[in-house]
Design a protein around this ligand. Structure first.
Ligand SMILES: [Zn+2]
Length: 234
């Protein structure tokens, strides 16, 4: 293979590698952010359960106090029953007592419901707590892995860029300029082909150009996209 072609291919390999690594590096902060968000949402889920449990306990206490007050009310009514003078008064007090007893039953039902909710939430909390340490550790490991990968990429990029600089020095300036121009315009400067179709623009390469390309004697360009053409049989 022509040494110009070899050098340009090497240059393109480095450029493609640089491009891929830069893209990977670019995506890392967002991946870290997503992991942090998932981690935080797990923590805030636990937090919310704890808040709900506190609120339920508070409501339960209030209801219990309600019952206590109703019971006091009933005691008072019972005392007052000893002092009634009329039948009407007596009936009214009994109605009041029945009403308080009814109210107590209602509140007891409400308390039962609250206790059920507390039980369910407590179970959920226990399950979450049992797994949360492991989950947190998993997220921290993933996040650290991403950070390490970013550093690794930065080192690789530094090495690749210095390799590229070194290689570019050995390439004829006019050729290097052309390479850079096409790369700027097309993304890649070399189309490696193994058939008569340009892999850059999908033009069918004219037969005469193609047979000259297969011989690989000199550097040729695609008449359509301008990329250097390099033939490599599979
Ligand atoms: Zn082409």
């Amino acid at each position: 293979m022509d040494s110009d072609i070899k050098q340009l291919l090497e240059l393109q390999d480095i450029d493609l590698r640089i491009k891929a690594l830069e893209k990977e590096k670019e995506e890392i902060p967002k991946q870290i952010q997503t992991l942090e968000e998932e981690k935080n949402s797990l923590l805030s889920k636990l937090n919310n359960i704890e808040k709900s449990l506190k609120q339920l306990e508070l409501t339960k206490k209030e209801k219990e106090l309600d019952i206590y007050q109703q019971e006091n009310q009933i005691k008072k009514i019972e005392e007052n029953l000893n002092y009634v003078k009329t039948n009407e008064e007596y009936k009214a007090l009994l109605r009041e007592k029945a009403h308080a007893e009814e109210r107590i039953m209602e509140i007891e039902d409400e308390i039962l419901k609250i206790m059920e909710e507390i039980e369910n939430l407590s179970k959920e909390k226990e399950e979450l707590q049992a797994s949360i340490d492991k989950e947190m550790e998993k997220y921290d490991q993933l996040i650290n892995g991403k950070k390490e990968r970013k550093q690794q990429i930065e080192q690789e990029l530094e090495k690749l860029k210095s390799d590229r600089e070194q290689l570019a020095k050995d390439i004829k300036p006019s050729l290097l300029n052309k390479y850079e121009r096409i790369k700027e315009k097309r993304g890649t400067a070399i189309a490696v082909v193994n058939s008569d179709t340009c892999t850059g623009c999908f033009l069918v390469i004219p037969p005469r150009l193609y047979s000259s390309l297969v011989k690989g004697e000199k550097l040729l360009s695609c008449p359509n996209c301008g990329r250097f053409l390099v033939y490599k049989s599979e």
